[in-house]
Design a protein around this ligand. Structure first.
Ligand code: MG
Length: 396
């Protein structure tokens, strides 16, 4: 480097896609996915001059309308319950940054893991899993409803941002990661072939999602008062992390201790995950990503004892938070709102926007309606319910 001539050299130093691809060849592990070796997109496109295939996928996902709608979709707490609770957007961002840390530490493709993590909840209905259950029931004779399947529909079919192709035209590897467990349903585009496992980058995104929600649901549960800190001491993972933090900051207040305990817990999970996975990779030495896809058991995982303790923590969350009477009551209300909204629109399709009715011929009326309802944010669903259902009831 000659510091006397920085400007003139900047042009030559510009990083182009080929430089990133070369850098991936040198830096990533043999079992990582390399962007230059991507299996491509459904509609062939010219590669970008300075972004790799997966960097481009990530950018398309962030620019999607469905991504912006995540802000007003429920994680556990409905948005009007408070400004500090996670919604699907902040959940997604927390998951994506955990995915990047794990991928980077294991010398996997960070851009791919991030793209999958950013996309993973795009197909979620309003009101979390309550909405998914309602739609699955309403569509029981028309193919059902599942949020992973819907996520693939969003990126492959429903987002329309290009005159050249339908959907976002993401690369096969990103779509493989979104699909997770293969495709058992009708899909308008060819789907990535089902293998024993998806890539390690897809496995990372799955685990990062879990680390994110377990920890932020604990945090939000405690903040809301639905979870009691005293009840958590029965859980060894919490107890040890909390003890560690208390020993380090003996005079810190309970609120600070709680925040630091969540940090310690995330750190413990991520550290165990990358170290255990590194050991397994060392033992299995898959030659490349194809060998990863053929491995009967997932290579990415925790030590058995930690896996067991994480399961205890998740069971605790189910019993005490997701099945808490307050959450259950909100869930019931949400189910009713969505079912009534569906019925109103199903009985009178004239109440639907023209753009939705225009899709009836191609997608079928029920699937087009499901896409529309699933895409709604919580607050839009509530507003439409007030407009279409409550006002009818008043005039009856
Ligand atoms: Mg998620």
């Amino acid at each position: 480097m000659n510091p006397a001539r920085p400007v003139r050299r900047a042009r030559a130093a510009l990083r182009r896609r080929e430089d990133w691809e070369q850098e991936e060849r040198e830096r990533l592990a043999p079992w990582a996915v390399r962007s230059a070796e991507s299996q491509g997109r459904v509609s062939a496109e010219t590669e970008h001059p300075y972004r790799t295939a997966f960097q481009r996928d990530r950018d398309r996902i962030v620019h999607a309308r469905a991504f912006r709608r995540l802000e007003y979709k429920t994680q556990v707490f409905v948005h009007h319950e408070g400004d500090h609770y996670r919604n699907r957007l902040t959940h997604t961002l927390e998951g994506a940054q955990i995915a990047r840390t794990i991928a980077r530490s294991l010398r996997l493709n960070e851009d791919l893991a991030e793209a999958i993590a950013l996309a993973h909840d795009l197909g979620h209905t309003p009101f979390g899993h309550a909405g998914e259950r309602v739609l699955n029931h309403l569509l029981r004779d028309a193919g059902g409803f599942d949020h992973n399947r819907q996520t693939l529909r969003v990126v492959d079919w429903l987002e329309q941002r290009s005159a050249d192709f339908r959907g976002l035209n993401l690369s096969v590897e990103t779509r493989e990661g979104i699909l997770k467990h293969g495709c058992h349903w009708e899909h308008p585009l060819p789907v990535p072939a089902r293998r024993a496992q998806p890539s390690l980058e897809a496995q990372v995104s799955d685990r990062a999602d879990e680390i994110a929600y377990v920890n932020h649901d604990l945090d939000d549960g405690l903040r809301s008062g639905l979870l009691q800190a005293e009840a958590l001491v029965d859980l060894s993972l919490w107890r040890e992390s909390h003890g560690e933090v208390r020993a380090r900051w003996p005079s810190a207040g309970e609120r600070m201790l709680r925040a630091r305990t969540i940090v310690a817990l995330i750190n413990r999970l991520v550290t165990d995950l990358v170290e255990t996975t590194a050991d397994r990779l060392e033992a299995a030495t898959p030659a490349d990503v194809e060998a990863v896809r053929d491995t009967p058991e997932r290579l990415l995982g925790y030590a058995p004892s930690l896996e067991k303790r994480l399961r205890e923590l998740k069971d605790f969350l189910f019993r005490n938070l997701y099945d808490h009477p307050h959450v259950v009551a909100t869930t019931r209300e949400a189910e009713q709102v969505l079912a009534e909204l569906w019925r109103a629109l199903h009985e009178d399709p004239n109440k639907l926007p023209d753009s939705v009715r225009a899709r009836f011929a191609e997608d079928g009326a029920e699937r087009a309606l499901a896409d529309y309802v699933a895409g709604m944010t919580d607050r839009f669903a509530l507003a439409e319910h007030r407009r279409l259902v409550d006002s009818d009831a008043r005039h009856a």
